[in-house]
Design a binder for this molecule. Structure first.
Ligand SMILES: Nc1ncnc2c1ncn2[C@@H]1O[C@H](COP(=O)(O)OP(=O)(O)OP(=O)(O)O)[C@@H](O)[C@H]1O
Length: 298
């Protein structure tokens, strides 16, 4: 898939010891973004969400995006998904095969259909593509089993816990076998225990498929736990401020790595890069609050 037209050279700050994706062989690049700009015009007011973003994501990489609120993370994912048109620049997802979807998205909160059963939700993408019933049965059965949902195949979303509903989203996304998996804060609404459990399950399933993943999170810990490489974004307009490589082996034990000294160092590195951007984003949002209203805020 190619979105947009213009292009520019990749420029980014790199942090971490291993080579960045920008150095990877051209053929290994799955998602390539050049000079991406997105501007929204609402009621005569222009908001630049993304500004000249350059990025290469190698095939099979678990790529995590962190950045202050409003810096354009969701906008970036929506453009990669083809749901939003860039104002300028180019997004290319290489080797998009005709037989499988270019991407599947998993959102925060409930992104499954409330009127469908677990089975109907998980098989939705495959049914839409007209995949033969036998194949659907095998694939969906496999992913419901991997996500521990086999016994709930005939349940409706309102009969499930929040963690189980996110498992259905994950099963649906993997069963759909997309070229690229796009995940927008999928675990943010979950409690700490469920979050850790689902991170672990996601990594287990991902390890078997090694799909290219773009994963947005506000949690620096989650970024380091899951990612191969983390992009720290600037405050709006969003651009790449730093790339941090996570050297932990795969498969990864999400609890064990948190005890390692390097874990704390990487978390600290990311926070160093993030701190000023969060402060800038916060002071800008305060500046945009009308003074009459601000007077009443503490
Ligand atoms: N459809 C739209 N129309 C107008 N402005 C928009 C639209 N979508 C996003 N924006 C603006 O673009 C900027 C980036 O939004 P986006 O949702 O991508 O940020 P984000 O980094 O995902 O934020 P958060 O972390 O809070 O979810 C924000 O200022 C937002 O108000």
């Amino acid at each position: 898939m190619a979105v947009g037209t213009s292009s520019s050279a990749a420029v980014a700050t790199h942090v971490g010891a291993t080579p960045t994706a920008g150095d990877a062989a051209e053929t290994d690049i799955k998602v390539s973004i050049r000079g991406l700009v997105k501007q929204f015009d609402t009621k005569g007011r222009a908001v630049t969400a993304l500004s000249k973003l350059d990025l290469d994501i190698p095939r099979g990489q678990f790529f995590v995006i962190v950045g202050p609120s409003g810096c354009g993370k969701t906008t970036l994912l929506r453009i990669v998904a083809g749901l939003e048109e860039p104002t300028a620049g180019e997004v290319v997802v290489r080797e998009h095969s005709k037989e499988r979807p270019a991407n599947s998205m998993v959102f925060q909160g409930d992104s499954i259909f409330p009127w469908m059963t677990v089975w109907e939700n998980a098989s939705y993408g495959l049914r839409l593509r007209g995949v033969p019933a036998k194949e659907i049965k095998e694939t969906v059965g496999e992913y419901l089993q991997k996500t521990g949902l086999s016994d709930f195949r005939d349940s409706y979303p309102h009969q499930l816990s929040g963690g189980m509903r996110q498992r259905v989203s994950i099963a649906r996304a993997f069963a759909n076998d997309p070229d690229v998996l796009l995940m927008d804060e999928p675990f943010s609404a979950l409690d700490e225990q469920n979050k850790t459990l689902l991170q672990s399950e996601l990594l287990r399933i991902w390890d078997e498929t090694r799909k290219t993943v773009l994963f947005i999170t506000h949690s620096v810990d989650e970024a380091v736990t899951l990612g191969d490489r983390i992009m720290v974004m600037t405050a709006r307009p969003g651009a790449a401020k730093a790339f941090v490589d996570v050297p932990f082996e795969r498969p990864r034990d999400v609890l064990e790595i948190r005890h390692r000294p390097e874990y704390g160092e990487i978390v600290y590195d990311i926070w160093q890069n993030l701190r000023d951007e969060v402060a800038r984003s916060h002071s800008e949002s305060q500046a945009n609050v009308p003074t009459g209203k601000r007077r009443f805020r503490r």
